[in-house]
Design a protein around this ligand. Structure first.
Ligand code: NAP
Ligand code: HSE
Length: 461
């Protein structure tokens, strides 16, 4: 056995410790007992959680990795700002050059957010052979394939568990557990802020503004919360999942993206009346070589497992071609759930460094060309609400407009509003998005309409 191990060890070592590209320091050495040096870029909500976990579990982490994790620098914008007790002021700097000048830094943790400065720092870290952990979905959605390629070339790790689903181990699940299967469909609730706001509006009648302010106070929202409530953060996460699950590149341009800003009490009342709950969903699937990617509010049946995913919780259902459905749920935003994912990536990266084999985390499904399904060709059923004048012929005109665009009605309810006004709410059978949009456009021009038509997609998930 020992002989076999020795024989096997040689080619394995040769394979994993191949020469790094010219100009890149050889970081593939066995570690020899020294601590793994870490630099943290950013010390806000997530960064503070990371420092807390590293401090609270230092001894256990050292045991798991084989050597201690040593924080050497924490880069921030304002070194004078108050920080939590876990942040040693000697680490603080606003000068990122200190990180790159320090040869003992082997792992760079980017939790500052944004695109340009974060992207430049990550490229520089990977280019110098250092492994990187990031929580930055905006950056990964924009430059993910290129950064993964850079990591592969330099033989370093690029890990990003926290970028999707906060504390839920969805990236590991896709990368490792689904390595032997093919994912056909992803459905999820991926924005904790939107889910929190929708839950508060439904359950306690809170206004959109006060629910969003509370989500910001709790550390769920992005620095620019329009990314959350506009659906962009969920779309970025879907782009990251599509890259890993389907090997497909996608930007928002190829997706249907809508947020929750238009929703108010009457929409929760419709949902209730027809047995649904409003959720902000992402849906991704590949069928017949076409990729469909959407992020928008939707009505889900009250009995759906997604209907009971409340507050800042996220949930993701993967449909494996061999496995069938697999469901994960957990806290999708906030300091500690996100820090759990970041620190797990730090531990994985540090273990690879200590073993002298960084670069393993980065390997994933190869990218392949795939065309995107045009938005107009997606199909689902819809709830359409129409605020109309209450006079003869209005219902006939509505049904005629829908029929003209091949949209079939499943249910229709009319209620009396103000004098001479009515609200007509109808549910359609499955229809093409393009046809429903054309019918909506035609209806919005009708003289009996008192407000633009309102529409919600219905997803039987
Ligand atoms: P945050 O609270 O706004 O913290 C950002 C930190 O980065 C601050 O410490 C800030 O310094 C520093 N920073 C920003 N730009 C910088 C620059 N150009 N140079 C140096 N330092 C800079 O943000 P966060 O909520 O922790 O989010 C960080 C990242 O994690 C983002 O990519 C976000 O999308 C992602 N994420 C967040 C969550 C969450 O629940 N919050 C969950 C998953 C992923 P100052 O402190 O001096 O201002
Ligand atoms: N702002 C994000 C959310 C943080 O609300 O889901 C987690 O990525």
């Amino acid at each position: 056995l020992l002989d076999n191990d020795a024989r096997l060890a040689k080619p394995f070592e040769a394979m994993t410790r191949s020469k790094p590209p010219p100009g890149t320091p050889d970081r593939r050495r066995p570690h020899g007992g020294a601590a793994v040096g870490v630099a943290l870029l950013g010390c806000g909500t997530v960064g503070s959680g990371v420092l807390r976990l590293l401090a609270e579990n230092a001894a256990y982490f050292a045991e798991r990795v084989g050597v201690p994790i040593e924080v050497r620098h924490v880069v921030v914008r304002d070194v004078n700002k108050e920080r939590t007790a876990d942040c040693d002021r000697r680490w603080l700097t606003s000068d990122i050059e200190r990180v790159f000048a320090d040869e003992a830094v082997e792992l760079v943790v980017e939790v500052m957010g944004g695109i340009d400065a974060a992207g430049a720092a990550i490229e520089r870290a990977l280019g110098s052979g250092r492994s990187v952990v990031t929580a930055n979905k905006a950056l990964l959605a924009e430059r993910g394939p290129r950064l993964l390629e850079l990591a592969r070339e330099s033989g370093a790790d690029l890990a990003f568990e926290a970028a999707v689903g906060g504390g839920i181990p969805i990236i590991r699940t896709l990368r490792d557990a689904f390595a032997s299967d093919e994912v056909g469909e992803i459905v999820g609730i991926l924005n904790g802020t939107s889910n929190f706001v929708l839950t508060r509006m439904k359950e306690s009648g809170a206004s959109f503004a006060s629910a969003l302010a509370e989500a910001q106070r709790l550390g769920y929202a992005e620095a620019d919360p329009t990314l959350d409530v506009g659906g962009h953060d969920a779309a970025q996460k879907l782009a990251v999942l599509a890259m890993l699950a389907f090997g497909v590149r996608a930007t928002e341009k190829e997706m249907l993206v809508e947020g929750i800003t238009e929703l108010g009490p009457r929409h929760f009342a419709f949902a209730e009346r027809f047995g649904y709950v409003i959720k902000h969903l992402v849906i991704g699937r590949v069928r017949a070589g076409k990729c469909e990617l959407r992020a928008h509010p939707a009505l889900v049946p009250r009995s759906s497992v997604f209907a009971n995913v409340t507050g800042s919780l996220n949930a993701i259902k993967l449909e494996g071609r061999a496995l069938g459905p697999c469901f994960l749920s957990g806290r999708g935003a906030g300091d500690m759930p996100t820090a759990v994912s970041v620190v797990s990536d730090i531990l994985d990266g540090a273990r690879s460094i200590v073993a002298g084999i960084p670069g393993l985390i980065t390997r994933g499904r190869p990218m392949k060309p795939c065309s995107h399904l045009p938005r107009g060709d997606t199909t689902t059923s819809y709830l359409i609400s129409l605020d109309v004048a209450d006079k003869p012929g209005v219902l006939a005109a509505i049904t005629a407009a829908l029929a003209e665009h091949a949209v079939s009605i499943a249910q229709i309810v009319q209620t009396r509003g103000e004098p001479d006004a009515a609200e007509v709410v109808l549910l359609t059978h499955e229809a093409r998005e393009g046809d429903v949009m054309a019918a909506r456009e035609a209806l919005s021009r009708a003289s009996f309409m008192r407000a633009p038509p309102f529409l919600l997609r219905i997803e039987d998930v």
